[in-house]
Design a binder for this molecule. Structure first.
Ligand code: CA
Length: 228
């Protein structure tokens, strides 16, 4: 059965590009340009994921998302044109599942849509299993293997990598990573995150020099590569 994506975006050029890309990937797409229309579409049901622009003529994506969250856990991917909005989204208080910063490539959005659907357990049942990540955690032995090779990680490096692996593709700020990986975050300096990421990268590179799975997002933080 086709999965239905609701695109809420008032810029028709962007909406058209997104629709085309998603339809090419086999999704059924419904577009609307206002929060009001989005509410009626959602009330009808059957929406598997919402692509939600933050700047809408009659409301904003944040408020609409909060409204949706009261009644539904449908995955939501935000579209934003402004970097100051990213902090709010990344803060996770809003309840979105991912975000894209304009301008973005529609293909990249399609990849995010698939990833979010997969994470939320709504992935297409009939599609082939996605290529597994070469990074795996052995929860009993507390070790990470990379292409089958166990990595020798310090405790902090392990927890940092574990944090990034919990949400591939998601951009974690340095503060978030510190909260997740340090026992006493207040006692550390911000730059130590960078230092540890550097040593993790070196250990990954020792296994596969041709791949850099940890992405730096300038001014934002780090993410782990999502598709392999
Ligand atoms: Ca807009």
């Amino acid at each position: 059965m086709e999965q239905r994506i609701l695109v809420v975006e008032d810029e028709t050029g962007i909406a058209d590009n997104i629709t085309f890309a998603l339809q090419t990937e086999g999704f059924a797409v419904q577009c609307c340009t206002t929060g009001g229309e989005a509410r009626s579409c959602l009330a009808e049901g059957g929406v598997d994921l919402v692509v939600l622009d933050i700047g809408l003529p009659d409301t904003n994506g944040f408020d609409l998302c909060k409204e949706i969250r009261k009644v539904s856990d449908v995955p939501i991917i935000f579209l934003t044109a402004r970097s100051e909005e990213i902090d709010r989204i990344v803060g996770l208080e809003i309840g979105g599942d991912d975000y894209m910063v304009k301008p973005f490539s529609p293909r990249e959005l399609s990849a995010r849509v698939r990833a979010v659907l997969r994470r939320s357990g709504r992935g297409a049942k009939d599609s082939g299993a996605p290529a597994g990540s070469p990074l795996a955690i052995d929860p009993n032995r507390k070790i990470v293997t990379y292409f089958g090779t166990p990595l020798e990680l310090s405790r902090t490096e392990f927890r940092l990598l574990e944090a990034l692996m919990s949400r591939p593709g998601w951009v974690f700020s340095r503060d978030q990573l510190m909260e997740m990986a340090w026992e006493e975050p207040e006692a550390s300096l911000d730059r130590t995150v960078d230092t540890h990421i550097k040593t993790i990268r070196a250990k990954l590179r020792a296994v596969r020099p041709d791949i850099n799975p940890i992405r730096t997002h300038r001014g934002l933080g780090y993410s782990l590569r999502e598709s392999w």
